[in-house]
Design a protein. Structure first.
Ligand code: ADP
Ligand code: ZN
Length: 730
């Protein structure tokens, strides 16, 4: 090889591509290409081309692949390189949550099309023209696409028809093409647009937060204020400070549905909407947002979990609103917790992070106790509004009529609220009409064929549906088991059934059901908010979707239909979650001048959760819960990790679970439980088994699991997922 002149000038880089099955690979940099660590490049991989990021630049030749066998990179995108802080975050996330780095990188790059320099894209939208030939499919498409716009693929997905149906409608003139410019800049929020006069208490907290943003160093805050105390108003001051410094802010919200009211509120304060990032974006919107984020033009981004990994050019502040919400835990793909990962990002970026909550997680409170997070309190509602009065209704003492779910005391309160022309909210965390359908004659129960779950009846859409896999059937006229007609009965209530009961009791009342079935898009949420604000709804019946974020001044009564529901699951956070959920929904009542009232239906009025809610003793409840966790060495005092083994083949899943169980090494401070069939033994057609690792905090849990799982021969038909710090034990 001596004297091969071409070799001399070569540079070698290590690239992390988007292929999750592979780690970083070495490539050669062609002479005319300029790259550095973080550059986004296009790399050859077998016959394919894949985007990737230069992870290490200027590597020395290694033994494994000689320089002369390295393939050259195909190109470098004209985009700023990923900054070291983000690369560290990706490495940390992959390492801590035991996920492939490429899977984490994918969240940062978000969509391959965003990398392209294209300035416009062709989208389609309905014209209102009725096609000469109408088919059921075409009708369905036109019904569902009213007011929508997007790529053919996106429209087809929304309408649940094939691409060909959409194209047919384009040819028939019922859908037209529109050219959308995607590099339009976003308007800049104005920090002084409509600054509120803060109360003395709010002002102090805001000043601390502003100073932290100005200091440009890592500092985690718990902004702990009762519902309606002005947490949002106060953290907006920190956002204003970041804006004034020209830096970016990320506000993480637990659900897409909350984005819409947030956008309105933000616009009122800063004069224009922030940039939204969530899974409901069209690909053109996603591309526009991503490019504005990476160039630093998107000054404030509000988003769901995944916006945490985006390549912000100059991040100055992260806010996690409703930080206690368990929906910040991602339950598929990379199993990360966005709240905890947000704190890590803030640390790598050297910026402040604000966790805002009226009911902080025990984990977060413990960080305050340890002195790691600074707690800022807002103990009173703004403007003298009182905290609502919470009372329990003992369902054994004061039961509803047979076949009904609302106790007389709650019905009376509803009557009074309607008479005063105020609004009420009934909370039940169950979608649909009834959670179980059974045959009165033979006892047959409708179970999902793919999951260990009952089929939930939805009357609004006339279906029995599985909430795990989406499988659905029309309700059969007769029992499929015994053939008896009209023998099927609905058991238990869902929100639709409560809505029926409300209509039977108050035929004049205008009701709205609020669940992910009815508020499935930001537009639907906006419509709901407008109708509530205009007083066009008297009684809302909703799931956890209505428990947070909303501020309806005329809403004065909240009824919790079944406070015991959340306690039945029995996992380590069940009581805490129940407390948070009920405290949050209670917080919707009486947020303005009119006092609020909360009635909690329960069969266990003496349960600690209910007593804490009624007595207003949050501190006592948290102290007892925290102590119980300490005794059990449960999080945050110890650590759990779940190992979930699944396969379409039940035997193989079981054999793998047993093999993993047998291979468990022993290590001081770590115990392994299981394997056992998972409570959710079958999910989407896969048989599931679980093991649970319980470790001392300092025990090196991930390393232990990595070493352990390496001992077991893989089976291509079996999937093994590790869930570090699990929230779900099913
Ligand atoms: P939280 O986020 O703690 O639930 P919000 O920030 O939503 O509280 O505040 C509750 C209500 O009080 C909102 O309508 C908000 O606009 C209003 N509010 C809070 N602080 C102020 C203030 N300083 N000036 C005017 N309105 C305020
Ligand atoms: Zn199912």
């Amino acid at each position: 090889m001596i004297g091969d002149p071409v070799l001399l000038d070569r540079r070698r880089v290590r690239v992390l591509t988007l292929n999750a099955a592979l780690g970083p690979l070495d490539y050669r940099v062609p002479q005319d290409m300029a790259v550095e660590a973080g550059s986004i490049v296009l790399a050859p991989l077998g016959p394919r081309q894949l985007a990737g990021v230069v992870w290490e630049a200027d590597r020395l030749p290694s033994e494994e692949v000689g320089d002369n066998r390295l393939r050259p990179l195909l190109g470098a995108y004209n985009l700023p390189p990923l900054k070291p802080a983000l690369r560290r975050l990706i490495e940390w996330t992959a390492d801590y949550y035991m996920a492939p780095p490429a899977a984490v990188l994918r969240m940062a790059l978000a969509s391959a099309s965003a990398l392209d320099g294209a300035r416009s894209v062709t989208e389609y939208r309905p014209t209102g023209v009725i096609p000469p030939r109408m088919t059921p499919q075409r009708q369905q498409a036109l019904d569902r696409l009213a007011g929508r716009q997007g790529l053919v693929r996106e429209l087809a997905a929304i309408a649940d028809v094939s691409d060909a149906v959409i194209r047919g409608l384009v040819n028939a003139g019922a859908i037209e093409a529109v050219e959308v410019t995607i590099d339009n800049t976003y308007p800049l929020p104005d920090p002084a647009f409509d600054q509120p006069a803060l109360s003395a208490e709010q002002g102090q907290v805001a000043a601390t937060l502003r100073a932290a943003v100005a200091a440009r160093s890592f500092q985690p805050f718990l902004l702990d204020g009762v519902t309606g105390s002005g947490k949002t108003e106060v953290y907006f001051e920190a956002v204003a400070e970041a804006l004034a410094a020209g830096r970016q802010t990320l506000v993480l919200l637990p659900e897409i549905a909350l984005t819409e009211p947030f956008l309105k509120r933000f616009e009122a304060r800063f004069g224009c909407a922030p940039v939204a990032w969530h899974s409901d974006l069209r690909s053109s919107q996603r591309r526009r947002a991503w490019r504005a984020i990476v160039r630093g033009e998107a000054k404030v981004v509000v988003g769901a979990r995944s916006s945490l990994f985006l390549p912000y050019a100059d991040l100055g502040l992260i806010v996690v609103d409703e930080a206690h919400e368990s929906s910040f835990k991602q339950e598929d793909g990379v199993l990360y917790h966005a709240r905890d990962t947000a704190v890590m990002r803030a640390r790598f970026e050297e910026i402040p992070v604000i966790l805002a909550s009226a009911t902080p997680a025990i984990e977060t409170r413990q960080q305050v106790t340890l002195g790691h997070y600074k707690e800022l309190k807002l103990p009173a509602r703004f403007g003298g509004a009182q905290m609502p009065d919470i009372a329990a209704i003992d369902m054994l003492q004061d039961p509803p009529q047979r076949g009904r779910w609302l106790a007389p005391a709650l019905v009376k309160a509803l009557t009074e609220t309607l008479e005063r022309k105020e609004q009420a909210l009934l909370f039940l965390n169950r979608r649909g009409y009834a959670p179980l359908t059974l045959c009165r004659t033979c006892g047959h129960r409708f179970q999902c064929p793919n999951c260990t779950a009952w089929m939930v009846e939805h009357r609004l859409t006339a279906r029995l549906a599985c909430h795990h896999c989406g499988h659905g059937i029309p309700p059969p006229p007769a029992c499929p088991e015994c053939g008896e007609a009209e023998s099927l009965v609905a058991c238990g209530p869902g929100v639709e059934r409560i809505a029926d009961e409300v209509t039977a009791l108050f035929p004049e009342a205008r009701t709205a059901i609020v669940t992910s079935d009815t508020l499935w898009s930001p537009a639907r949420t906006a419509e709901f908010v407008n109708r509530m604000e205009a007083g066009e709804i008297d009684i809302v019946i909703g799931t956890q979707l209505v428990t947070k974020g909303y501020h309806f001044p005329n809403l004065t009564l909240v009824g919790v239909v079944d406070a015991d529901l959340g306690l039945s699951g029995g996992d380590l956070r069940a009581a805490e979650r129940s407390y948070q959920q009920i405290a949050q929904v209670a917080g919707r009542a009486g947020r303005a001048a009119k006092p609020g009232r909360v009635l909690v239906q329960t069969r266990e009025p003496n349960a600690p959760v209910i007593r804490a809610l009624v007595g207003g003793d949050a501190d006592g409840f948290y102290a007892a819960e925290t102590e119980a966790r300490r005794m059990a060495a449960a999080p945050p005092f110890g650590r759990f990790a779940g190992i979930i083994i699944s396969s379409e083949d039940g035997d193989r899943a079981r054999r793998m679970a047993e093999a993993i169980g047998r291979a468990a090494p022993s290590q001081e401070g770590i115990s392994v439980f299981g394997p056992a069939p998972a409570p959710l033994g079958m999910l989407r057609g896969r048989h599931r088994h679980r093991l649970l690792v319980h470790a001392r905090r300092s025990a090196g849990t991930q390393e232990f699991i990595r070493t352990w799982l390496d001992l077991v021969a893989p089976d291509p038909k079996v999937r093994i997922a590790v869930d570090v710090d699990p929230y779900n034990f099913l």
